[in-house]
Design a protein around this ligand. Structure first.
Ligand code: HEC
Ligand code: HEC
Length: 204
């Protein structure tokens, strides 16, 4: 093919690819107002929770809410590379606590490829809050259940989503890791609207 035509063809192909790539890099969350059109309150609540599910079922959250004693890592949620275990209270085994490696803030690897997550209280969610492999409906029922959610009221769940630091890490996961969609403020607003409309759960 003529090199000029080839370049033209390549740029026509490259353009839509570039648009798709940027859409994947910055996925958003729908605003609460975009659910106003759903007349039935219960159906609106379910739709709001399904939107929240884009965050809740993201590997950044699920990797720390495993169903075993070991965290997962990466977008494929493979078992944590060093075989660590939750220990008595989620902070790791005595002598190999999470804080041995996870400092108060994310630290970029010196080779420029990736980072180690950080937070002053980095630890694993208790087994009662296991989300790994669970359906969105099952996770929803768990989040609402004070026997399994750490004794939280719905108002405290909304507060947790809007302001908790480990939740917030999902939007600031460090170099080499995709953040969860939207912003923590938007996620908090969706949670409050889900509760205001009856805190209904998806069937599955
Ligand atoms: C021996 C050091 C070490 C210990 C101890 C350790 N980690 Fe990690 N952890 C790492 C490193 C390094 C990474 C980054 C791996 C990578 O991205 O290549 C990591 C990544 C993670 C991730 C992945 C985040 C994501 O979404 O990709 C989670 C979750 C995690 N650790 C949880 C824990 C928890 C909880 C504990 C304590 C029970 C713990 N880790 C103990 C070194 C450790
Ligand atoms: C570093 C590990 C870690 C990460 C990452 C993490 N969590 Fe958690 N999560 C915990 C721990 C530990 C608890 C229990 C502590 C508490 O109740 O305050 C918890 C509790 C919760 C609870 C309350 C109890 C329940 O019913 O499950 C919710 C809701 C929650 N997390 C949501 C999230 C969301 C949403 C994300 C991602 C944006 C996330 N978490 C990321 C460790 C983590």
């Amino acid at each position: 093919m003529n090199p000029g035509l080839w370049a033209l063809g390549a740029s026509l192909i490259a353009l839509p690819l570039a648009i798709t790539a940027s859409a994947q890099q910055a996925p958003g969350l729908k605003a609460v107002s975009s659910f106003d059109g759903i007349a039935d309150k219960g159906a609106r609540s379910v739709a709001l929770f399904e939107e929240m599910g884009k965050v809740i079922q993201h590997p950044r959250c699920v990797n720390c809410h495993p169903r075993t004693d070991r965290p997962n890592q990466g977008d494929a949620s493979t078992p944590h590379n060093t075989p660590v275990t939750r220990g008595p209270d989620g902070h790791g085994a005595p002598g190999l606590e999470c804080a041995t490696c996870h400092g108060p803030a994310n630290v970029a690897f010196s080779n420029g490829k990736g980072s180690i997550p950080g937070h002053p209280d980095w630890h694993l969610a208790p087994k009662s809050m296991a989300w790994e492999g669970a359906s969105l409906g099952a996770i929803c029922e768990q989040i609402k259940d004070p026997k399994r959610n750490g004794g939280k009221t719905l108002a405290q769940i909304a507060e947790h989503h809007a302001h908790d630091g480990l939740v917030g890490w999902g939007w600031n996961p460090g170099p080499g890791r995709a953040p969860v969609p939207g912003t923590q403020a938007e996620f908090g607003a969706l949670t409050r609207a889900w509760i205001a409309n009856g805190a209904k759960c998806p069937k599955v």
